[in-house]
Design a protein around this ligand. Structure first.
Ligand SMILES: [Mg+2]
Length: 255
């Protein structure tokens, strides 16, 4: 097993399940810290700011600076800035997306925006969907933080951001540009901000269709852990295999 300088961890299903830490991962991250490795967290969750996410990690015994947390919201704001400059944005989303957009210099408006950005919004309503659809039909740039159609909760799978973005796509006939995994912009932004080369990076995740696909598309090594969405037995259904597949990170062997 290779040595990597920059470890990029998915969160839900990899570091924790809901509010429950996964002890093997917590132990592994502690060992990496002792060795001085770079540790980053890469999450499609657009609702939490990096600060809130690092507070959540701290409650689980993991020290993480906000700069080490890359969310789909931060990458969305960065993507818009790099490709279009600062924009007026009609937003569907929560605190994580609002803060990321405003920190990047974008202005949040309701009408006549340059761009429509859609992230998870647990207080979504018809007016927000109508405003967004009208703006997209009128030619605004259409970006979605991620394409997850559903996400797991204690009660089971509930609609995710991909379902809302899909509703606007259905209403307008315009497809959004997706930022989160399996797309690569989060890994691009992370590598740029921290000066990382692809050779030194590895991504660890439980979901083949998001985490492992993002790593493969970006061109870095991948570690699948059998602690969440994709079970080891399901990997045969996919073409390109992860670089490593482990039951948990306790099975990672240093050379
Ligand atoms: Mg996951």
């Amino acid at each position: 097993m290779r040595e990597y300088r920059a470890w990029c961890f998915d969160l839900d299903g990899t570091v924790y399940r809901g509010e429950e830490p996964i002890p093997e991962t917590v132990r592994f991250i502690r060992k990496l810290r002792e060795k001085g490795c770079g540790i980053f967290f890469v999450t499609n969750n657009s609702a939490l700011t990096p600060e809130r996410q690092s507070e959540k990690l701290a409650r689980m015994g993991i020290t993480a600076a906000p700069e080490e947390v890359m969310t789909s919201s931060v990458a969305t704001a960065d993507h818009l800035l790099k490709n279009h400059g600062t924009l007026s944005v009609c937003m569907i989303g929560e605190e994580g997306l609002r803060t990321a957009l405003e920190s990047a210099g974008h202005q949040i408006v309701r009408e006549a925006p340059d761009a429509v950005v859609v992230g998870i919004d647990r207080e979504i309503n018809y007016r927000k969907l109508a405003d967004a659809s009208l703006a997209v039909s009128g030619g605004a740039t259409f970006v979605a933080t991620n394409s997850d159609k559903a996400y797991p909760t204690e009660r089971g799978l509930v609609p995710g951001n991909g379902a809302f973005a899909g509703l606007i796509e259905l209403a307008t006939g315009v497809s959004p540009f997706y930022i989160g995994k399996p797309a690569v912009p989060m890994l691009v932004t992370l590598a740029e901000r921290h000066g990382l080369s692809k050779e030194e990076m590895v991504i660890v995740g439980d979901n083949y269709e998001t985490d492992i696909m993002a790593g493969i598309r970006f061109g870095i090594d991948t570690v699948h852990v059998d602690t969440g969405v994709t079970r080891v037995a399901d990997l045969v259904n996919y073409g390109e295999q992860p670089t490593y597949s482990l039951s948990t990170l306790d099975d990672w062997e240093d050379n």
